[in-house]
Ligand binder design. Structure first.
Ligand SMILES: *[C@@H]1O[C@H](CO)[C@@H](O)[C@H](O)[C@H]1NC(C)=O
Ligand SMILES: *[C@@H]1O[C@H](CO)[C@@H](O)[C@H](O)[C@H]1NC(C)=O
Ligand SMILES: *[C@@H]1O[C@H](CO)[C@@H](O)[C@H](O)[C@H]1NC(C)=O
Ligand SMILES: *[C@@H]1O[C@H](CO)[C@@H](O)[C@H](O)[C@H]1NC(C)=O
Ligand SMILES: *[C@@H]1O[C@H](CO)[C@@H](O)[C@H](O)[C@H]1NC(C)=O
Ligand SMILES: *[C@@H]1O[C@H](CO)[C@@H](O)[C@H](O)[C@H]1NC(C)=O
Ligand SMILES: *[C@@H]1O[C@H](CO)[C@@H](O)[C@H](O)[C@H]1NC(C)=O
Ligand SMILES: *[C@@H]1O[C@H](CO)[C@@H](O)[C@H](O)[C@H]1NC(C)=O
Ligand SMILES: *[C@@H]1O[C@H](CO)[C@@H](O)[C@H](O)[C@H]1NC(C)=O
Length: 435
């Protein structure tokens, strides 16, 4: 099948925007962020730690230490002993665009950092345990190509234990369906990079610059048509929101982003991001037949330095930043706060209405902002792509993206005894020798 132009998200520029000529970093960041810092950060940061604790407390642990551990707060520690969960030779799909080994990335240290939560350990991923936890369940990644990056990482991490059968309904590689027969587990990838309905007014002539219609209050059928048959959802969305759009609500234009039309208000990316998540969460809460678990995998930061993707920018680092050196800030922090705020509203709404749906945060942003070394840069482009474009958005496989699935397993295990996982899987401590 020919590569679809929509298959991978447009690689944004350093300031997160696609239209450099229209707006500069300072113009874009300063007004919005200063205002945001004054209002939003002040209001919400304080509560976030509570929120994270709420979601990450381990009911199984018996020490207060365990109960207080937030697995998403920590640092990367170098572990020379650490082996990757898979290699470029493992029988699993590694997208060429993220296959850094295959394309000759010379340094390998970036694969050896493990995430160390401040107050506890994040266990190594155990494929058999994961499959036991999700036995009989259907788990779907709903989002863009960074979401697919995590999904492919998961398939490769499970490859030491089981290899899935591809039972996809379509040749469109953005929609995949894998079955693990011995575990009756189904892994689903649903392409929905904006989570809400879109319409390209000129689909045969798609470019990075074309203005797409975005229906902020209408969820995307691509996933709403499926959720009834899904037990675990992992939502994510990010860089696609930076492209040009015409925004619609109730079928009417409410504004746009970089449409360059005098009579239409240029609304912020944050507005659309907020509305899209609001629509997604509301849809979930109002859906009679969805009673599963839904994660929000938080904003995945890019790390272009020295320029934009198309004018010399790159990401050549070979080691992570420390948490003192690099924190979420600027538009990345604002994207994060925007989505987490909507998440939080939905979560308390769900609790108030006593809904069965469980909303959880896969709070990866703080960890990933430190991983400027984890992107393909020039080591991951298929022949059909223009090799001269570096990628500092997606993540090398293997690489730090594998940690997202270590988090996922820990989060799933925390549901034990909450009606989601009926019985505790018998963890076999013997180290897997298959990888
Ligand atoms: C936690 O449980 C383990 C095993 O049941 C026990 O050995 C340990 O003493 C407990 N720790 C605390 C702080 O209660
Ligand atoms: C895997 O990576 C190694 C080291 O970069 C390389 O020599 C080898 O050709 C790669 N194999 C495949 C199948 O890509
Ligand atoms: C497999 O899982 C599905 C739900 O995902 C369930 O309906 C079905 O009964 C299960 N099959 C077996 C053989 O356990
Ligand atoms: C899917 O691929 C198969 C085999 O390459 C081909 O025969 C079929 O026409 C394709 N279907 C679509 C909808 O593209
Ligand atoms: C495609 O879009 C480009 C840029 O917007 C425009 O110049 C060109 O005329 C369009 N082609 C067609 C066939 O619509
Ligand atoms: C904006 O102006 C254009 C051209 O004058 C017009 O066609 C369009 O309907 C206007 N849009 C809105 C939302 O008023
Ligand atoms: C929920 O399931 C019931 C029974 O299968 C069905 O009648 C109803 O239309 C479903 N509701 C939604 C919102 O899909
Ligand atoms: C690939 O990138 C080079 C250098 O930036 C540029 O000159 C060339 O036009 C690009 N080719 C395509 C097909 O985009
Ligand atoms: C744990 O793994 C070892 C080595 O593979 C095996 O001999 C043993 O039976 C396993 N135990 C359980 C409870 O599965």
């Amino acid at each position: 099948m020919k590569p679809n132009p929509l298959d991978q998200l447009p690689i944004p520029t350093t300031n997160g925007n696609l239209h450099k000529p229209l707006i500069t970093t300072n113009h874009f960041i300063l007004p919005v962020i200063t205002l945001a810092l004054l209002i939003t950060v002040h209001l919400y940061i304080g509560n976030f730690s509570d929120l994270r604790l709420l979601n990450t407390a381990t009911p199984a642990g018996n020490s207060t230490e365990d109960l207080k551990c937030n697995i998403f707060q920590g640092s990367w520690v170098f572990d020379d002993e650490r082996e990757t969960y898979y290699t470029n030779e493992t029988k699993c799909v590694i997208d060429d665009r993220q296959n850094c080994m295959k394309y000759g990335r010379p340094d390998t240290d970036f694969m050896k950092w493990r995430w160390k939560p401040d107050k506890c350990e994040l266990p190594e991923f155990d494929a058999a345990e994961f499959l036991e936890v999700v036995r009989g369940k259907r788990l779907a990644f709903i989002g863009d190509s960074v979401g697919r990056n995590q999904m492919q990482s998961l398939v490769c991490m499970l490859a030491s234990e089981a290899y899935p059968i591809d039972v996809s309904y379509t040749n469109d590689t953005r929609f995949r369906r894998w079955e693990f027969p011995s575990y009756n587990f189904t892994l689903i990838a649903i392409w929905s990079p904006l989570l809400v309905k879109t319409r390209d007014p000129n689909p045969t002539n798609f470019t990075r610059e074309s203005i797409m219609n975005l229906y902020l209050d209408e969820p995307d059928d691509a996933w709403t048509s499926e959720i009834e048959n899904i037990d675990v959802i992992i939502f994510s969305a990010g860089q696609w929101f930076f492209r040009p759009f015409m925004y619609y609500e109730k079928g009417e234009i409410v504004g746009c982003h970089f449409c360059n039309k005098e009579n239409i208000t240029d609304l912020t990316v944050y507005y659309a991001y907020q509305m899209a998540f609001r629509t997604a969460f509301t849809t979930l809460l109002n859906h009679q037949n969805f009673t599963g678990l839904a994660f929000l995998r938080t904003f995945s930061p890019q790390h272009f330095e020295n320029g934009d993707y198309n004018n010399g920018g790159n990401c050549v680092r070979t080691r992570p930043f420390s948490k003192e050196e690099m924190k979420l800030d600027g538009y990345k922090l604002q994207m994060y706060l925007t989505q987490v705020n909507e998440f939080k509203i939905a979560q308390s709404e769900g609790e108030m209405r006593n809904k069965e749906v469980k909303l959880r945060l896969l709070d990866t942003s703080d960890a990933m902002i430190m991983r400027g070394d984890g992107h393909p840069n020039h080591f991951g482009h298929p022949a059909s792509d223009n090799k001269s474009y570096p990628d500092c958005v997606h993540w090398c496989m293997p690489g730090p993206v594998d940690t997202w699935n270590e988090f996922l397993l820990e989060m799933l295990k925390m549901e034990e005894g909450e009606g989601f996982i009926e019985r505790a899987p018998q963890r076999n401590i013997t180290k897997l020798n298959l990888r």
